[in-house]
Ligand binder design. Structure first.
Ligand SMILES: [Zn+2]
Length: 202
């Protein structure tokens, strides 16, 4: 190989050196380009989310709604500052009064087979919580629920227990998993170390 003109320095350099430099330039130009997010990449990112260590037990169909119906607010009269990954445990009881709520908002009532009882059925991310007193109420709820609804979400409800106001927990990133049968508890509880949630089959 003879000498060639280096386009950057305008000096004549060895052709082999120039070819090697050109190859380095090529990869230098490629590597800094950030990869565009792809659906697969987003799925992989979701799967990399830290597994939850805390869990909360809800009656059905509310546990189902968190994972499958876009329920983005959890209504509790307590919140002790918890944020992060939270396993959703479906208790053994059914809250039939939820039917009124589902009908009001046109939310399809889940099939019997879709409801699992007495098992961890997925996880969500709790990003924070706010006092329902800080939410602006609208007037369209009417007679069904005089306490609400709230502008933060159709899932938000009012009410209070004694002097404890309703807190609206902000929920995102629902991830159903293969149900893991186990018993539930009050408040937040620690997932037993042997419970491993498998999000890949859903
Ligand atoms: Zn709210």
């Amino acid at each position: 190989m003879g000498d060639v003109l280096d386009p950057r320095s305008y000096a004549f350099v060895n052709a082999q050196t120039a070819a090697a430099q050109a190859e380095r330039d090529l990869f230098r130009n490629i590597e800094p380009t950030p990869a565009a997010p792809t659906p697969l990449g987003m799925v992989l990112r979701a799967l990399r989310t830290d597994p939850p260590t805390k869990a909360i037990t809800l009656h059905q169909p509310w546990a189902w709604a968190l994972l499958h119906a876009g329920k983005d607010i959890e209504n509790r009269v307590w919140w002790k500052g918890f944020t992060g990954e939270l396993a959703v445990h479906a208790g053994k009881e059914m809250d039939l009064s939820a039917i009124t709520f589902f009908v009001k908002w046109g939310i399809p009532w889940p099939d019997k087979d879709a409801l699992v009882f007495g098992a961890v059925i997925g996880a969500v991310t709790v990003t924070g919580a706010h006092n329902s007193a800080a939410c602006v109420r609208t007037s369209t709820w009417g007679h069904l629920h005089p306490e609400g609804p709230y502008t933060c979400s159709k899932w938000a409800q009012g009410g209070a227990t004694g002097d404890k106001p309703m807190m609206h927990w902000d929920i995102t990133n629902p991830r159903p998993c293969t149900p893991v049968p186990c018993r539930g508890f009050q408040k937040l509880w620690n997932l037993p170390t042997g419970v491993v949630l498998d999000f890949t089959s859903k």
